[in-house]
Design a binder for this molecule. Sequence first.
Ligand code: SF4
Length: 166
Amino acid sequence: MLSSELLFTGTQVNYYFICHRKLWLFSHNIGMERESEEVAIGKFLQQKSYERMEKDILIDRIAFDFIERGGKIIIHEVKKSKKMEKAHVYQLLYYIYYLEKKGIEAEGMINYPLARQVKRIKLENEQKMEAILEEINRIVAMEEPPPAQRKAYCKRCAYYEFCWGD
Ligand code: SF4
């Protein structure tokens, strides 16, 4: 069983690999993500490309895009592009880790419908995942957000004005 202080959403794990400040802002309900065009496009692709699969499964605070059953559970994540691949991979590894802590064997599959590509994901290093969750916990518990640091991603981030506006 996963301890409650290490129970995060897949989005939080994803943001850990994108920007620690974004992770903190999102985790403290300073939410602007709904306004992000990127997210809207992602949701559209999800609906459009995989209509026949089971979707939007929610266990605890963890929401899976899609699940197929057939001996093993396969969790599907739909992503627009490979630009943030490491974040996508760890988001899915976290879902697999979470299910394995509940005694459910799982694998992951990242779908890139625009590129017509699929990437299979298996959890091979549980300790590494645990170290990442401890680190997320440390960042989220900080009293102030980590300082903004310019990166290529900033211009596409929903917090751009918040971080860099006048
Ligand atoms: S705008 Fe840049 S620094 Fe600010 S939260 Fe987004 S990625 Fe992080």
